[in-house]
Design a protein around this ligand. Structure first.
Ligand SMILES: C[S@@+](CC[C@H](N)C(=O)[O-])C[C@H]1O[C@@H](n2cnc3c(N)ncnc32)[C@H](O)[C@@H]1O
Ligand code: SF4
Ligand code: SF4
Length: 347
């Protein structure tokens, strides 16, 4: 992490609340306390479930998936009640830039010393909104790059235009070069059979564009739903195979240097020893205001622990049902919607 990027991560307000909360989290973790004496350290906040793409592996493409923008008041409430947050990821099911209040949300979070990250499909960026993101000290922008060729990219990212996304990524890369302090700029590739043959070209493309790093996500989630588990089962690659692992290892080594890092995301490849930590250090606020455990589920219809429009976040965080999820994970009694994350239940 260079100092130019570190500055955008460092909170400038409510530092005391953030430090105390983080320390309590660490102490509870080390002492293995049953009762949580802190609030989440980070959170995903879903600005919208609306999207201008229809990617083949994403639940947003289901015909019955409803588009809903988060109201600004709901966003303000979650931030006001969670001054301890170090950062939020403004992402979820949908394209964050579809919500016209996104920029106001980023500014509001900044005023509470909360770092902001966005994961975007890259299609709606332009010079004006990029400059706003830079002026408001965005901590990190991630753009999804699921192909190195127009054909593969547009076959996966239905309704997309490869050239627009790549040109917007280049624009962002050029504009951050002029800044003394600037956000981290990341690429994210959701690997599947359709783009597996292009992973090396994707690394070259991302390096040439000027991304700081590229992550290959090698496991497709089914969003806790049988229907999507089935659809994505046929798309996923056999990452377990030693040959495939070696292929990724070679690419990571070949293309990583001090300015560009390539790695593989394995955090949702869990097992009874490497347990899920989402419900103990983070949370997910859906655009409806419902609190969901994580973005791997991302749909309150599958599971939610309450809505912040009618309850305080603290009440929901400390609810019996949320504790039950934590206990289940601790005791390896995995809830059905979590099973797709656990190697014990997937082949
Ligand atoms: C759901 S999208 C939301 C943000 C934005 N619309 C985008 O595409 O970057 C966040 C990330 O999840 C990835 N994704 C989509 N479907 C997935 C699946 N079934 N399993 C794992 N990741 C998936 C996307 O490719 C994207 O990188
Ligand atoms: S992955 Fe992102 S861009 Fe694609 S349909 Fe889902 S939300 Fe939209
Ligand atoms: S194990 Fe459960 S809570 Fe953890 S990431 Fe997976 S679905 Fe979410």
């Amino acid at each position: 992490m260079t100092p130019r990027r570190f500055v955008n991560l460092f909170p400038k307000k409510y530092i005391f609340q953030k430090l105390i909360n983080y320390s309590l989290f660490k102490i509870s973790y080390l002492l293995n306390l049953k009762k949580l004496i802190y609030l989440p350290v980070t959170m995903d906040v879903e600005p919208t479930t609306g999207c201008n793409f229809r990617c083949t592996m994403c639940q947003v493409s289901s015909p019955d998936f409803h588009s809903k923008n988060m109201e600004l008041e709901t966003f303000k409430k979650i931030i006001k009640e969670n001054k301890q947050l170090i950062k939020i990821k403004l992402q979820g099911m949908g394209e964050p830039l579809v919500n016209k209040y996104l920029f106001e949300m980023i500014k509001f979070a900044k005023d509470y010393g909360v770092g902001t990250e966005i994961i975007s499909n890259g299609s709606l960026l332009n010079e004006k909104n990029i400059n706003f993101l830079l002026d408001n000290k965005l901590s990190k922008l991630t753009i999804s790059i699921d192909g190195a060729t127009k054909k593969t990219f547009e076959n996966i990212r239905i309704k997309s235009n490869f050239d627009t996304v790549i040109n917007n990524a280049k624009l962002f890369s050029n504009l951050i070069k002029k800044k003394i302090f600037r956000p981290e700029f990341s690429a994210w590739c959701t690997v599947q059979q359709e783009n597996f043959n292009e992973v090396e070209e994707i690394a070259i493309l991302c390096k040439n564009i000027g991304f700081d790093n590229l992550t290959f996500q090698v496991h497709l989630t089914g969003w806790g739903k049988d229907e999507w588990n089935k659809i994505n089962e046929n798309k996923k690659i056999e990452y377990k195979s030693l040959e495939i692992k070696k292929h990724f290892k070679n690419i990571c080594e070949k293309y990583s240097n001090k300015n560009f890092k390539v790695d593989v995301f394995e955090n949702n490849l869990l097992n009874f020893k490497k347990k899920c930590s989402w419900p103990i250090n983070s949370s997910y606020l859906a655009s409806t205001g419902d609190v969901v455990p994580c973005c791997i589920v991302g749909d309150p219809k599958v599971i939610n622990y309450g809505n912040i429009k009618s309850q305080s976040f603290k009440e929901i965080w400390n609810s019996k049902a949320y504790y039950k999820l934590r206990d289940n994970i601790k005791n390896n009694q995995i809830d059905d919607f979590c099973k797709n994350c656990y190697r014990e239940y997937t082949n």
